[in-house]
Design a protein. Sequence first.
Length: 200
Amino acid sequence: MLQLRAATDEMLDELSDVVRAGKASADPAPYDDPMSFYEADPDLRVAKWLQAIWRGRGVLNAQSWRLFFVVVADDEPIGMQDVIGVNFTTFGTVTTFSWVSADHRRRGIGHEMRSAALHLAFDGLAATEASSEAFVDIHGSNAISRGLGYEPNGVEWATRHGKPALMNRWRLARDTWATQRRDNIQLRGVEPCRTLLSRL
């Protein structure tokens, strides 16, 4: 069973060994700069990763927010899936960010993680559109977007390891998601979250 659990400090502590071991990274590098996963020192890598999440928790309002989830497979924390509100009260848009441990890649978990994130965004939070980005040579992430019905939405430049690289942009409209929505994803505890976001 795959679950997205709120990234409490306790859950992050359980996941920190994966980050410390360098299993959040990949080749070619999937992330743009700056990114704590590029930090060579394992303890500093974990510290910067945690600091980034704690900072993200503090930037929370109805228009702009980031929900952090630890991905748990068969009771083992194996990665993260974030859902990020972008101009949400104006446009209802979200984007996503995720990673999964190197030990669990190429098993379809990335597809399941994103499916759950989209279900939360569209069904739980009433989003109107979801976007995603991936470097053009990150074939797994691009394949997930394509397989979930996203449409190509242009390219843009970003940097990784200080060098320019092209990223594909993807867009998924609510109406498109609705035609293929799944009935086997369960949401829990969404109402308090939705109420809080609407009050901020």
